[in-house]
Design a protein around this ligand. Structure first.
Ligand code: KIV
Length: 290
């Protein structure tokens, strides 16, 4: 009887591992993969992460690109803008993300004034991020005026993601976080910038908070994938800030954010329950003690 039970268990295990083998192996995403996805019409999924655990869960469920965005200045560090974020901040958070990720492509934002001053400085800072963290690419905000920098980075082997439309590092120039490129002149400029960036060698471009029609035009006009945030459904992929889609940034309610859960409420309920349990001496119980 015992033998039979054991042999059943073994064959069960064998069958299960056979099924596992039949399942598709998770794909390791590279910059080349995302180009292929555009041409195959497969939507690209990008979310931000700034720490080990969130990155681990994003990677486990098959998010294609994990962006260590300089939005960490707002949502992790509590700055009003992304301007104070440093290269060291980006490296610190990107290292935590990198330790968790097996399959997704990790892209790291180059923060304000880490690449604008000169090509040399851009290379040194992007080089630090690539060398010290070991990620797949960097992201730079800006249009034609950074094309030379992009060209040099790509030439030495540092893949670059572009970022057009609402570029938060330029908040002091624009003065608001409103929708960008709503008039013809700005829309034509943005389309031109996208083409120039593609020619300079970016492997994809984030389009932030621009009209749907313009995002569609850009997407159809450039050979590289576009990844939209507040740019409508026609981009090749979509990105959200992970704290926004989790409902942690409660006061931030632009229409492009879809909240998939209400973590702020869930967290407060848990914290209140803990306060109650400690005050009422209901925690820890004997079972929770040694
Ligand atoms: O910093 C960031 O999180 C970003 C995304 C909003 C695209 O740039």
């Amino acid at each position: 009887m015992k033998t039979k039970k054991n042999s059943t268990a073994r064959s069960g295990t064998f069958a299960a591992s056979g099924r596992a083998q039949e399942q598709k192996k998770p794909r390791v995403v590279t910059t080349k993969t995302v180009t292929t996805m555009k041409h195959a019409g497969e939507k690209i999924v990008m979310l931000t992460a700034y720490d080990y655990l969130v990155a681990k869960y994003l990677d486990q469920v098959g998010v294609d690109i994990i962006l260590v965005g300089d939005s960490l200045g707002n949502v992790v560090h509590g700055y009003e803008t992304t301007l104070p974020v440093t290269v060291d901040d980006m490296i610190y958070h990107a290292k935590a993300v990198k330790r968790a990720v097996k399959n997704a492509l990790i892209v790291v934002d180059m923060p304000f004034m880490s690449f604008q001053a000169s090509i040399d400085e851009a290379i040194r800072n992007a080089g630090r991020i690539m060398k010290e963290v070991g990620v797949g690419a960097v992201k730079l905000e800006g249009g034609e005026y950074i094309a030379d920098i992009v060209h040099h980075l790509v030439k030495i082997g540092i893949p670059v993601m572009g970022h057009l439309g609402l570029t938060p590092q330029a908040i002091n120039k624009f003065g608001t976080y409103e929708v960008r490129a709503t008039d013809k002149k700005e829309a034509d400029e943005l389309l031109h910038d996208a083409k120039v960036l593609a020619d300079a060698g970016v492997f994809s471009i984030v389009l932030e908070k621009i009209p749907t029609k313009l995002a569609k035009r850009v997407t159809e006009s450039v050979p590289v994938p576009t990844i939209g945030i507040g740019a409508g459904p026609f981009c090749d992929g979509q990105v959200l800030v992970v704290y926004d889609m989790l409902g942690l940034t409660e006061e931030f309610k632009p229409r492009f954010v879809r909240r998939y859960t209400e973590l702020a409420k869930i967290m407060r309920t848990a914290f209140e329950a803990f306060i109650h349990d400690v005050k009422e001496q209901k925690f820890p119980t004997e079972k929770e003690s040694y």
